[in-house]
Design a protein. Structure first.
Lengths: 882, 454
């Protein structure tokens, strides 16, 4: 009821502020209250059609129109801001663990703050601040980590004592708290009114808004959006933006060519109360008590309190369902644990009278991050949805990035963590989504320690060796649906303990991984790396080579049998992908990319390769099992199994050859290991996988062979300063910025994408530099471990963040990789980063507020490379992956 | 001798079985959500049987409990065969023809029933051919009789019951060249079984009952409380109409001897049953069959014994009484149980215990604040109370198990007393039957959402 009241109020204000809208609707509304709902006919065409009139859709419209695009139509099936937006709790919170999400929330906050002034629409913006409570030391550590990132962004933020909490909020019971994080600039808004304000501004800028108009489907021709079919007719358009919230999945599937948008709705409950006897001040900070699974904000003198329960109730699994919508009612038994949490946190509220328990569905995504970007299959089809109950916090910033993406072709920040293309069709199974969101929703408030994994939706993609490895003690993690081994638990170890190694400190697999690393260094290990994305590109003539030469930065015109490490760069010289490509023949290439590149890289190539039936791109990921034989004895194992000489003279580094291994012929052997250690990766047609694995293990016995997992691989690659796409490298990082000029064909006179930028950087220098840090005074046993995202300080000043870290068993130190910037001391402007700048600084890494001295290096320790084959290639290859 | 709670649980749960109607994530178009069943033996071996199956060629689900006496042979045979007779009685003419043609030409048969069986619910392999042939004869007759009318469920149930009993009787008269089978059919015919069977199809619930097992509907009133509605009449001496019926069927001269000590002819508790040919066949027939039968039969005093005052057989029938009920949204569950349960518990208690168990598990009784003045503290207290109630129920995952726990373990205050449970369950075999009967329970849970949408 309160929501309705707010709505009515805002309607009036909004129309008054918007003469154009009034002309369209007021006459109708004044004569008939029930509905002659469509006074204005739809236009026959528009440049952009946005579907969804919640905070997300209106934010996209607002930002597109701000960027000068005018020919925009926004369609809303009901009334503006009447869906999840109307019901949401209106908390703008910047305390987000993922950097890009933090930036979006920060921008949203600033946007909403001035929105009332800009539009004249009351947004209810109130800077109350927020307090996140910690009931445990581990929780406090996670808050400290967030506080570190907020502080370096210039967002005020403080770790405070329980006593201070009580001063800020007198109702809180603090006896079970160990500390808290205070973010004084967090705010409250009326989310519906924010949305209406954005709509008002957009409308003034020329955006046409049509309510009560449903999109039935989007038409796509030749892989490009051509128009939108609605219940009121068709609109031709170039761009379509799906901001349909919890209906986005269904809308994506409504057309002939489905666009997979993996999200699923869950019921979300919050409680409204009547005012207290002495009404609460509207400036009282919002309380987030993740250990109690609840949030509490002041609301009209009373409180609004909801949370993320352990046992969520997913709904709309089969799509829109009238039965379920009608059943959306208060469920007190379900809310009981949250109510207990509330009364435990604020015992004084016992006598406060209940007004309402609101049930407001929210949509959640498989990895807790929102979904943004262009469809991999339909150009011009953009998506912004799946806000994981933070639509208000993200709406402003996300709308801005998406608008930039549409207008410029790319957003101004690295949004890969949110990119629709991080998902494929595999995450679109309704069963998968239903099960996964039931895990995701409680995770919102669960403590997330380094290297946590999702538990649902597992064992979907597996190597044929899965059962064999599992039986030998493999512990698994998942990437893009693929099960990958973390490490192998030796027989006799306490398995239960290891599965519960959730800590910010030294994990209990430390020695296990250590012995796997040792084996890689001294003997030989096998790691199943089948998850990598594998493409084959071939042509009848030279088309394959010519196209690839343009799309990849390194020279691919190498002799047949050679393997090239190369970036796939965008126009700005940034890494869209980082891969190794083997030249199988004059006219065919075999390309290996990170696991989560399967959709993105495919779309990138498809969109850029010439439309030529004689040029074939094929995804062969599923055809091969990949075994990585790492270690000095790999060469012995392989030569015994193949009766072929495998020494450096016969099989140099970065070489690829089809050969027999055991009885199996046609095994593609490449002399790379993705770690800088000597060895080979075997690409095995899957039906031979078990045979080859058995042969390798049997033969390897006398050389001390053992299984190893990705944690060992990661430790090896990080200590050798190998960057990893998706972790260290992104679309905003160029080869020049990470010391990989030698992987770029600048001097070959061959044109390639991103070339201008690289040339310019070569000339003028770079503004950030990928750097390796060795932690100096860090006690591995006692101190918090670095993860990623830790701020880097140079001479006491913030210069960047780490992107990955690992313990190096060889150096017996922690190694962090990250980017160093040079911010002007006065203006904060980015300056050129020189080698001297890097070398002449004193560095510290901030782990949850504690700073550790670090030594910066621009080149890896050459002593770590036990065996050098083709010296030029290996030493500084800086190549890695995952 | 004392049983620990886990030991008690392992005894109680040994025969429990649950079936959920397959659904795709929350959507279940069937009016039945599923059922829980369980049985607790007192006899060794247990003489009760249970069956549950989904009709595959027609709609609907069949569930039944069977209480055997004078051995378990008859109850076993009925539990295996009755549902086939019912399913065949329900089949349209074309399907019958199709099945017959398939048998004739040796093609694969359409599956008629999908059974939902506990691993302990066995089927006799040896007799399957014999049973099949009898069933086939039945459907061949149905094909010949083709009335062209649509099959009425009530009629189908009555026909199936009567036909099966008739076949049991005939098979025993004809005998079988295989000596094992020959003995089996005789044991089936000379033992007896009651049957209480439910057929649920959408909102149409039919209960066919023969004997003194009972079907009871659990109804949730608007105020959330539970009440019980009987959907069967016991066929025993306590049922005046039944006594009346028996008296009507026999000459007035027998009036005094018909029912003695609340038993039929002073011997049999149920007034209707399958098998029990000693109450159905003429004395001549009984003698002929026993004499020509195998030695084991002749050695058995019981089979040779002719009931006293046996003048005008048959005294017993397997014809069921059929009750039809249109399911309403407030009808939440159905309990089918043998008399072992009803002897120890009042139906009102059964309704309450099952009702609270089911809502405890599913939170089906929502609280709404509406316009009332409720404080956070009051609501919290209320919810805590509800949760406490639920957690006491959590021990059992099966409504039938939960009911048995109460039936066996309830003290005078109506709550489960572990000590009592432990004693009752650790009774030696020979004593168990003195303190309790075999108990077999099926609890069918209805899908109010689907029923409400009808």
């Amino acid at each position: 009821a309160a929501g309705m009241f707010l709505r009515l109020l805002s309607d009036i204000q909004w129309r008054a502020a918007n003469p154009k809208w009034r002309r369209m609707t007021s006459s109708q509304r004044s004569t008939s209250t029930t509905a002659e709902p469509h006074p204005v006919p739809l236009p026959a065409q528009a440049q952009v059609v946005i579907c969804g009139g919640g905070v997300v859709g209106t934010s996209v419209a607002y930002h597109l129109s701000k960027m000068g695009w005018k020919d925009i139509v926004l369609l809303e099936q009901g009334r503006l801001a009447a869906g999840t937006t109307r019901f949401c709790a209106g908390i703008v919170s910047t305390a987000r663990p993922v950097s890009i999400e933090l930036k979006m929330a920060h921008y949203s906050n600033k946007l909403y703050q001035q929105l009332e002034q800009e539009t004249g629409v009351q947004t209810g913006y109130m800077k109350t601040g927020s307090i996140s409570l910690a009931q445990t030391q581990d929780r406090l550590i996670s808050l400290k980590r967030i506080a570190s990132s907020l502080n370096v962004m210039g967002i005020p933020c403080e770790i405070i004592s329980p006593k201070k909490v009580l001063q800020l909020h007198p109702l809180i019971n603090i006896h079970d708290l160990v500390g808290a994080m205070y973010v004084p600039e967090d705010a409250l808004v009326s989310s519906a009114n924010v949305s209406l304000a954005l709509a008002t501004a957009a409308s003034r800028n020329g955006v046409q808004i049509h309510e009560r108009t449903s999109v039935s489907h989007v038409t796509i021709q030749k892989g490009h959006v051509t128009g939108v079919e609605t219940d009121r007719g068709r609109i031709q358009c170039e761009y379509f933006v799906n901001c349909a919230g919890q209906w986005a999945y269904e809308l994506g599937h409504s057309g002939e060519e489905p666009v997979h948008i993996p999200l699923h709705a869950c019921e979300h409950f919050y409680l409204l109360t009547h005012p207290l006897k002495e009404p609460l001040s509207s400036s009282l900070p919002t309380i987030v008590d993740p250990d109690g699974r609840i949030y509490i904000r002041n609301w009209q003198g009373g409180i609004l309190s909801g949370g993320f329960e352990k046992n969520p109730k997913p709904l709309f699994t089969e799509g829109r369902n009238q039965l379920e919508i009608q059943n959306l009612q208060e469920d007190w038994d379900h809310f009981a644990p949250l109510l207990s949490g509330l009364l435990r946190r604020m015992p004084g509220l016992e006598s406060l009278q209940i007004k309402q328990l609101v049930n407001c569905p929210e949509s959640f995504t498989p990895d807790m991050r929102c979904i943004m970007g262009e469809s991999p299959t339909a150009r011009g089809y953009f998506v912004l949805a799946g806000m994981n109950s933070a639509g208000i916090s993200y709406g402003g910033g996300a709308g801005k990035y998406l608008a930039e993406w549409i207008v410029n072709g790319y957003p101004s920040e690295n949004v890969w963590p949110l990119d629709l293309k991080r998902f494929g069709t595999l995450q679109s199974s309704r069963t998968f989504l239903r099960h996964r969101v039931m895990e995701v929703m409680p995770l919102m408030y669960d403590l997330k320690v380094p290297r946590w994994d999702f538990q649902t939706g597992r064992q979907l993609r597996t190597s044929p060796l899965y059962d064999r490895l599992d039986a030998q003690g493999a512990r698994w993690m998942e990437k893009h649906g693929f099960e990958r081994v973390k490490y192998f638990v030796p027989p006799g170890n306490d398995l239960l303990d290891l599965d519960h190694s959730k800590t910010f400190y030294k994990p209990d697999w430390f020695d296990i991984v250590g012995s796997e690393v040792k084996c890689c260094k001294e003997a030989v290990c096998v790691i199943d790396m089948s998850s990598f994305t594998k493409f084959e590109i071939s042509s009848t003539g030279d088309q394959a080579l010519e196209s690839l030469q343009y799309l990849f930065s390194n020279d691919l015109d190498v002799p047949v049998g050679h393997v090239v490490h190369t970036g796939m760069l965008n126009e700005k010289g940034g890494y869209e992908n980082d891969c190794s490509i083997a030249r199988l023949s004059k006219r065919s290439f075999f390309m290996i990319s990170p696991t989560d590149q399967q959709v993105h890289c495919w779309a990138w190539l498809k969109n850029r390769l010439p439309d030529d039936s004689n040029l074939v791109l094929e995804d062969v990921t599923w055809k091969y099992t990949a075994l990585n034989l790492i270690g000095p004895r790999a060469v012995d194992v392989l030569s015994e199994l193949s009766y072929a000489p495998m020494t450096a003279e016969h099989f140099p580094s970065l070489f690829c050859k089809e050969m027999s291994v055991g009885y199996a012929n046609g095994i593609r052997v490449m002399s790379i290991t993705h770690t800088g250690e000597p060895g080979f990766v075997l690409y095995i047609p899957i039906e031979y996988a078990l045979h080859v694995y058995n042969e390798v293990m049997n033969m390897g016995q006398k050389y001390g062979i053992r299984n190893a997992g990705y944690y060992a691989l990661r430790s090896l690659r990080i200590e050798k300063f190998f960057a990893f796409w998706g972790q260290d490298l992104d679309a905003f990082t160029t080869p020049m910025e990470c010391g990989r000029e030698f992987q770029v064909k600048l001097d070959k006179g061959i044109e390639f994408l991103g070339q201008e930028v690289l040339l310019e950087q070569k000339q003028n220098g770079v503004y950030k530099r990928f750097t390796m840090f060795i932690l100096e005074d860090h006690d591995t046993d006692m101190d918090l471990w670095p993860w990623w995202g830790e701020p880097i300080f140079r001479n006491g000043r913030y210069v960047g963040k780490t992107t990955s870290s690992a313990y190096s068993y060889t150096l017996e130190r922690h190694v962090c990789l990250g980017f160093v910037h040079h911010f002007d001391e006065k203006t904060g402007e980015k300056l050129v980063v020189t080698t001297d700048f890097i070398n002449q600084g004193e560095y510290e890494i901030d782990i949850a507020g504690q700073r550790f001295q670090a030594k910066a290096k621009l080149y890896p320790f050459s002593s770590l490379f036990t065996q050098r084959r083709r010296k030029d290639e290996v030493e500084l290859s800086g190549y890695q992956r995952e | 001798f004392y049983l620990t709670p886990p030991q008690v649980n392992s005894i109680l749960k040994a025969n429990e079985y649950s079936f959920k109607v397959p659904e795709f994530d929350g959507k279940n178009v069937s009016s039945v959500l599923g059922f829980d069943s369980n049985q607790l033996p007192a006899n060794a071996p247990i003489e009760d049987r249970r069956s549950a199956a989904t009709c595959l060629q027609t709609r609907g689900m069949l569930l039944g409990v069977f209480d055997g006496h004078a051995g378990c042979a008859c109850a076993q045979a009925v539990s295996e065969r009755l549902f086939y007779y019912i399913a065949v009685s329900l089949l349209p003419h074309e399907t019958l023809l199709e099945i017959e043609n398939a048998v004739e030409s040796g093609r694969a048969l359409l599956p008629i029933l999908q059974w939902h069986k506990h691993p302990n619910d066995y089927f006799s392999k040896e007799a399957s051919k014999l049973y099949f042939n009898s069933l086939r004869t039945y459907w061949q007759e149905l094909i010949d009789l083709n009335s062209g009318e649509t099959t009425d469920v009530r009629e189908a149930l009555i026909n199936a019951f009567k036909r099966l009993d008739n076949d049991i009787s005939l098979e025993a008269q004809v005998g079988d060249p295989n000596s094992f089978l020959n003995y089996l059919v005789l044991r089936v015919a000379f033992s007896g079984a009651t049957a209480c069977v439910a057929h649920v199809d959408g909102v149409d619930l039919h209960i066919a009952n023969t004997g003194d097992s009972r079907a009871m509907l659990g109804v949730q009133e608007e105020d959330g409380s539970w009440s019980a509605v009987n959907l069967s009449y016991d066929h025993n001496a306590q049922n005046e109409r039944e006594v009346e019926r028996v008296k009507m069927e026999h000459p007035k001269s027998e009036e005094k001897s018909l029912v003695k000590q609340d038993r039929l002819l002073g011997l049999l508790m149920p007034f209707r049953a399958f098998g029990d040919v000693k109450f159905k066949w003429s004395i001549e027939l009984q003698k002929r069959v026993v004499e020509s039968g195998p030695d084991q039969l002749n050695d058995n005093e019981y089979t040779k014994f002719i009931p006293p005052n046996y003048f005008t057989p048959p005294y017993l029938t397997a014809e069921p009484e059929v009750i039809h009920h249109k399911l309403r949204p407030q009808d939440k569950f159905l309990v089918l149980a043998t008399d072992g349960l009803w002897e120890t518990m009042h139906r009102q208690d059964v309704a309450r215990i099952v009702g609270e168990y089911l809502t405890g598990v599913h939170h089906q009784q929502p609280i709404a604040v509406g316009g009332y003045k409720v404080t956070l503290g009051q609501m919290h207290g209320l919810l805590t109370e509800r949760r406490a109630k639920i957690s006491s129920v959590f021990e059992d995952q099966n409504a039938a198990t939960h009911l048995i726990r109460h039936a066996v373990g309830n003290n005078e205050f109506g709550t489960v007393d572990h000590e009592r449970l432990s004693k009752m369950l650790s009774l030696p075999e020979e004593l168990a039957r003195m303190y309790r009967d075999d108990i077999t329970i099926i609890v069918v849970q209805f899908n109010s959402r689907v029923i409400g949408a009808y």
